[in-house]
Ligand binder design. Structure first.
Ligand SMILES: [Zn+2]
Length: 607
């Protein structure tokens, strides 16, 4: 809009009733639309590709001007229009906040967390105006020791304090999640840019070590792609409850959730599997600060937050990020090569065990993320492939292929650096064919068949052939059961030789069928997702005892499987099949020649 008012929009957010999970938000517009100001809440939040209709959590809405009520009309699920007002107009809403995910808003007596998408309506037509945000404390005695953590710039607030913050426009307003509560805060520096981590939760974590490790990751990524010109601060907001996992990227911050015991205690040495997962999450969200928060698909420039925005490129923005998150851990020295290969083996296993890879390409998975990947039903394992996991393996394949076929002259690192130059800070979105054309342009290779097969097709990735010349041996083995994520060696002799063709989950000690694989023994026997497994050949079976019992069968054996479907008991006839070798582990090939070893070192060394 060219009619930018001089006065910023003034937002005030107040934890009005923590016990009822209600925020009060006031928004004052100095020069409302003379035809009647329209206000709108987003239907989705950038980074999480699902329609969430945040306005559904608005409990009450009213408007006032000059001390008098102004009528307010609901236009549709997300918009309100006030009657014309010739002076300052204030919208007042109450928002129910009881979603503890990184995409939502949550308020209780222990803390407040919110994304702007949940609580701050846009002033339609004036989205480019600057805004102030007054973050108020709850009424005592709640919030006595609360501090405020957000990457918003302070206008009239002490560091980590309540008070007024400011942003350039609405897009920035919804890009700064805010955590308010009893926080542990650690600060560190990355190339002169102040960074911080604010943790909510009784973690008793080793803050000095966290700061050191996060600094190592951030420095690695900054040295790879260079600090964006507008990156003048960065904040990790970490919610650490008993358990949980998730992250959402923003331009100057990220919101993370991990289980409190996943963080290292003081004095603890080494990197546990859980801490390695947390470091991977940190690395992932920080890499997004380039890949998707600044460099974006064309269709996201600007975001249309009122409806779905389809792109086939989520595999580039999430898959490539998923490749560089763990790669960043080994390249920066936080984990060793064997540990990295274990993580890669787990990603390969995830893809191999997903039958959906034969039905859906990552281009389709990206496009349909809104209604498929984010809304998985009982058939998801048969119909959907993750653009994260397979996208990461396409990135790996592309990287190794470029390195091999250009004799080390061009790698995916070069592609990402060039992509960042082209689309990173220019404000120009990446066209749908942009990434693929850039790969061909930089490498001089004809990559059409590769992209046809891996991105637009459902063929198997040639990982074994690509890893071998880089001194890595690819192995497949049988699965040890539901908890076996792959990545580690296990001798086949000790593993179950038969297969049900279904995933069993644990519900209060009983086994409940989750995904039932197309064409597998369970499906052929007539087992449905949701069936509760009661007995195998007349003997009661518990979740924990299931795997041991399975080992007593051989391919071709037949069994009576007794299940509850709802409250109906039924016995089905199952024929056990031979278990597929669908679990991957990778090993450094110590017999590899020096050329392969040198390629491996170049790949896994700092870019
Ligand atoms: Zn991501």
């Amino acid at each position: 809009m060219n009619n930018i008012p001089v006065q910023p929009h003034q937002y005030t957010i107040w934890p009005k009733d923590p016990a009822a999970h209600l925020f009060e938000v006031r928004l004052t517009v100095a020069q409302p639309d003379a035809a009647g100001q329209v206000f709108a809440l987003p239907s989705w939040i950038p980074g999480s590709y699902m329609i969430r209709d945040y306005a559904r959590h608005v409990v009450t809405a009213r408007a006032e001007s000059d001390g008098r009520d102004v009528s307010l009309r609901k236009l549709d699920k997300s918009r309100w229009q006030a009657a014309p007002a010739d002076r300052e107009l204030t919208l007042v809403i109450e928002v129910f906040a009881h979603d503890e995910s990184v995409r939502g808003a949550h308020l209780d007596q222990t803390h407040a967390f919110f994304n702007g998408t949940c609580v701050f309506p846009a002033v339609v037509g004036q989205e480019e105006a600057p805004c102030t945000v007054d973050i108020r404390a709850p009424e005592k005695p709640v919030g006595k020791h609360w501090r405020v953590a957000t990457s918003m710039n302070r206008q009239d607030a002490g560091q980590y304090g309540f008070g007024t913050y400011r942003v350039e426009d609405y897009a920035e307003l919804i890009d700064h999640p805010v955590e308010v509560g009893e926080l542990s805060i650690g600060e560190f520096d990355v190339g002169g840019i102040p960074h911080a981590i604010a943790i909510r939760g009784k973690t008793r974590a080793d803050m000095a070590r966290l700061c050191h490790d996060l600094q190592t990751i951030c420095e690695h990524h900054v040295s790879f792609l260079g600090a964006p010109k507008d990156l003048d601060r960065y904040l990790f907001l970490l919610n650490a409850p008993g358990k949980g996992y998730g992250g959402l990227e923003h331009r100057w911050s990220s919101a993370l959730i991990c289980g409190r015991d996943n963080l290292p205690a003081r004095g603890e040495e080494g990197v546990s599997d859980e801490y390695r997962t947390f470091l991977g999450l940190v690395s992932h969200e920080y890499f997004h600060l380039w890949n998707v928060k600044r460099m974006k698909p064309d269709v996201f420039t600007p975001y249309d937050l009122s409806q779905e925005s389809h792109t086939e490129l989520l595999w580039v923005f999430e898959g490539v990020t998923s490749y560089y998150d763990d790669l960043g851990l080994v390249r920066s020295g936080l984990i060793g090569v064997d540990s990295y290969l274990e993580l890669l083996g787990q990603t390969i296993t995830r893809v191999l065990q997903s039958g959906g890879r034969r039905k859906q390409s990552v281009a389709e998975s990206s496009f349909d993320a809104w209604t498929k990947f984010y809304k998985q039903d009982a058939n998801a394992a048969n119909a959907i492939i993750s653009y994260y996991a397979k996208g990461a393996l396409i990135a790996l394949s592309l990287d190794l292929k470029l390195r091999s076929e250009t004799d080390g002259a061009v790698s995916l690192d070069d592609i990402m650096k060039a992509a960042w130059q082209r689309w990173g800070e220019s404000g120009i979105g990446m066209p749908e064919d942009g990434f693929e054309l850039l790969c061909a342009e930089l490498s001089g290779l004809d990559l059409e068949d590769f992209f046809d097969a891996t991105v637009r097709g459902t063929g198997e990735l040639p990982l074994e052939a690509l890893l071998k010349p880089h001194g890595i041996d690819y192995h497949l083995r049988l699965s040890a059961g539901g908890k076996d994520k792959g990545g580690k060696v296990q001798a086949d002799e000790n593993l179950p030789r038969v297969w049900l063709g279904a995933v069993l989950g644990n519900r209060d000690g009983t086994s409940v069928f989750g995904a039932v694989h197309n064409g597998g023994p369970a499906e052929q026997a007539g087992i449905s997702p949701g069936d509760e497994l009661v007995a195998l050949d007349g003997l009661r079976i518990s979740f924990d005892g299931c795997e041991a019992r399975t080992r007593r069968y051989h391919p071709g054996d037949k069994s009576d499987i007794t299940v509850f479907r709802g409250d109906e008991l039924m016995t089905l006839r199952l024929k056990w099949a031979e278990a597929p070798a669908d679990t991957c582990y990778l090993l450094s090939d110590e017999e590899a020649d020096s050329a392969a070893k040198s390629r491996r070192n170049l790949w896994l060394a700092q870019a």
